[in-house]
Design a protein around this ligand. Structure first.
Ligand code: NDP
Ligand code: GDP
Length: 328
């Protein structure tokens, strides 16, 4: 039986990855950061909370990572923990640098000190590319130009992983994942903000939806598909860097249209442009080239954007209906 340690197990990807690894027969440990209120709702949603072993720790405290690695004795270590919201990274740049950037270095140090044979996965991001117009299709060869404190912190973590491979021969892989969503996506991200609003508007408990730049384009996939690529990277003979994407890009506007149309509504009647949601610097276009992942990992995205958004709207309708019943 293989053992895995996941940081960020209470997040969207952590929950789906834990489920995937449990299905494959792994013993799964997760790092649980102490918070005032419980953060395990995603693990409960997937009905796996009692199947994983949670170890207290924080990415910014290297001693807690070392302890977790000593206790779990993992074969594979997936670093998914991060302050992951781009918008917040301008408001809390240092916290973002410490958890998203230095946090990865702390994981690599823990591996180097405890057992350099542990295979390591780093959750890199398309935000490192910054969507510069001269590179309309982004692959592993595209130069980086991060446009937020989040992107900058992730680039540090990305290069640290490669550096620890070159310096200490650690099996470190980076998945440059493009945006991926699901019913477990945080409510602050635009897809979930939209699908939650569609549910509330349809059920008569919200009037409109305030958004920022709806001309931005993203390459959106389903998180459940993407965690499979993470696992595949650690099963290869050699560590490497892979872009994981669908190869299709869509504006926020068209994503809204799909979501509202699913419940028979016209998005133009409800969406209000609100400059409060503009960002100090924008990533205008993300479109990934997943050719290498397809060729080397045999991985392709299975879920279309329409299927994904419809799945999210349906889940949010069920959630809001439940809330309304409980409030009665
Ligand atoms: P989430 O925001 O849903 O999850 C982040 C996780 O990190 C949570 O479990 C959170 O814990 C944990 N965390 C945050 N700070 C710390 C800390 N200081 N110490 C320990 N744990 C911490 O992110 P996703 O699941 O969507 O993404 C997973 C990873 O992939 C992230 O690193 C993200 O940046 C990256 N990524 C995501 C993409 C996407 O589109 N989803 C695209 C590319 C990369 P808590 O619940 O306690 O807050
Ligand atoms: P990101 O790609 O990691 O920043 O993921 P987000 O889901 O947060 O944002 C995707 C795009 O949607 C970005 O270009 C945002 O500027 C744009 N966007 C427009 N309105 C909003 C909004 O109200 N909230 C968020 N989160 N993003 C918005």
């Amino acid at each position: 039986m293989k053992t895995a340690l996941i940081t960020g197990i209470t997040g969207q990807d952590g929950a789906y990855l834990a489920q995937l690894l449990l299905d494959k027969g792994y013993k799964v440990y997760g790092l649980l950061a102490r918070r005032a209120t419980a953060t395990t709702w995603r693990l409960e949603y997937l009905d796996i909370l009692d199947k994983v072993e949670l170890l207290e720790g924080d990415l910014t405290d290297v001693t807690s990572i070392i302890r977790a690695v000593e206790e779990a004795k993992p074969d594979e270590f997936y670093n998914l923990g991060a302050q992951s919201f781009v918008g917040t990274s301008w408001k809390q740049p240092q916290l973002t640098a410490q958890s998203t950037g230095l946090g990865a270095l702390n994981c690599l140090e823990a591996i180097r000190i405890v057992n350099p044979k542990i295979k390591f996965y780093q959750a890199s991001t398309s935000e490192m590319f910054g969507g510069m117009p001269e590179y309309p299709l982004q692959s592993e060869a595209t130069p980086f130009h991060p446009r937020s404190p989040y992107g900058v912190a992730k680039l540090f973590a990305h290069w640290s992983t490669i550096n620890y491979r070159e310096s200490y021969d650690i099996f470190g892989c980076c998945g440059i994942l493009f945006n991926h969503e699901s019913p477990l996506r945080g409510i602050e991200f635009v897809t979930r903000k939209v699908t939650d609003a569609v549910a509330r508007i349809k059920l008569g408990v919200q009037k409109d939806l305030h958004l920022g730049n709806i001309d931005a384009k993203r390459d959106w996939g389903f998180a459940g598909d993407y965690v499979e690529a993470m696992w595949l990277m650690l099963q290869q003979e050699n560590p490497d860097v892979y872009v994981v994407a669908t190869g299709r890009t869509t504006t926020v506007r068209d994503m809204c249209r799909i979501a509202f149309e699913h419940v028979g509504l016209d998005y133009e009647k409800y969406v209000v442009i609100d400059p409060r949601f503009y960002r100090p610097a924008e990533v205008d276009l993300l479109l990934g080239d997943p050719a290498k992942a397809k060729e080397k990992l045999g991985w392709t995205a299975k879920t279309s954007l329409e299927e994904l958004i419809n799945m999210m709207v349906d889940a949010d309708i069920r959630r809001v209906e439940k809330e309304l019943v409980q409030a009665r």
